[in-house]
Design a protein around this ligand. Structure first.
Ligand code: TXA
Ligand code: MG
Length: 335
């Protein structure tokens, strides 16, 4: 299949038409690029799973362009959900609510609930409003790879497998939305993301975190969280410790003959005399690190390096999402 590359503007009509016809189309959101399809048509949704190579037991989230569309996929919702929507929509927050079974069965993977979000990106919102249907959209990467933050990343993974890509430039947040179970009075974070726990605590007296996020033995409530994810082409070792320790490890692996690629903050980079090195912003500005993360994970390939050493970041604010992704991307943590 030829994958079309659409610019925003005129290209949007064609992208919307393809979605209405039941094709899979990639588009930018404020978090990462999504691979969308009509959430009400099983055959359309199937194309997402095939293009990504995604396991069928991992449900998709549905994107809407207007809050009034929530009732098209949800049977009812709590005040918790209302408060989340009031405070964070449009934005990087997915609410889990009871499904009304109007979405195709492969969207929800047989769960009684459905994930819904209204993205905060002009291109995504234009497209969703033009299509007028709930659009199922996981991240537009091959399953297991880092999520795409540019149209080029999507093209690398999915060209020839999907109808087209709307190129809206680089996404902003850089990590995916926060998935929040809103089925009861107390919101539960199932996946950390662009809306932070601290943000939620501005709105709710109590915010819980799915124990599976803290304890690897526990079965996660968000099925996608159990898979190895975000994996670069080369083994990645996550280093916990100070800059001296990082430098010493780097020297040691180099001595052992490894061709090491480094992912580091500007502050650490200034203390290392090493190449190749990808700088991912300041360690004191975790939003910058989040924005650079997936690009950095995609930057190294097997022909250049045999091992990636990556710095750890503080787990406050969006750093919680950054570290959640890095732990899943890492083969090993050196601490
Ligand atoms: O930022 C984002 O959320 C991006 C953009 C494209 O919107 N989308 C995204 O989708 O990251 P995906 O499919 O890669 O991740 C959705 C996550 C998965 O971990 C999935 O298991 C979980 O949400 N999920 C979906 N429906 C669920 C449900 N009913 N209950 C619990 N978790 C659910
Ligand atoms: Mg994903």
């Amino acid at each position: 299949m030829e994958t079309k590359l659409w610019k925003t503007g005129e290209g949007m009509k064609e992208a919307a038409a393809a979605l209405k016809k039941g094709e899979a189309v990639a588009f930018p959101t404020e978090t990462v690029y999504g691979l969308g399809a009509d959430a009400t048509r099983e055959t359309a949704v199937q194309k997402i799973f095939e293009a990504k190579g995604r396991p069928a037991d991992n449900p998709l989230i549905v994107h809407i362009g207007d809050r009034s569309q929530l009732g098209s996929v949800a049977s009812h919702w709590t005040e918790t959900a209302e408060k989340c929507m009031d405070a964070f929509w449009p934005g990087p927050l997915t609410i889990i609510v009871p499904s009304n079974n109007q979405a195709a069965s492969n969207v929800t993977a047989g769960l009684g609930t459905i994930g819904v979000r209204m993205p905060d990106h002009p291109v995504a919102l234009d497209l969703l409003r033009e299509v007028g249907l709930p659009v199922a959209a996981p991240s537009a990467n091959s399953s297991g790879k880092p999520s795409p933050t540019t149209a080029q990343h999507v093209y690398q993974d999915l060209h020839g497998k999907i109808a087209g890509i709307v190129d809206g430039g680089r996404t902003g947040v850089g990590v995916e939305s926060t998935v929040v179970d809103c089925t009861s009075d107390i919101p539960v974070i199932l996946r950390p993301g662009g809306v932070t726990k601290e943000d939620l605590e501005q709105v709710f007296r109590e915010v819980r975190v799915d124990p599976a996020l803290l304890d690897t033995e526990e079965q996660p409530k968000s099925p996608g969280m159990k898979y190895r994810h975000y994996a670069p082409e080369v083994p990645l070792w996550l280093v916990e410790g100070d800059d001296q320790k990082f430098a010493a490890l780097l020297d040691e692996y180099k001595r052992q003959g490894e061709k090491v690629g480094v992912i580091a903050s500007r502050e650490l980079a200034e203390n290392l005399d090493h190449s190749p090195l990808i700088e991912c912003g300041s360690r004191h500005d975790l939003t910058e690190v989040a924005g650079e993360l997936y690009g950095a994970l995609r930057a190294f390939n097997r022909s250049e390096v045999s091992l990636i050493l990556c710095e750890s970041f503080e787990e406050t604010e969006v750093g919680a999402a950054v570290m959640n992704r890095l732990r899943k991307a890492a083969d090993f943590t050196v601490s």
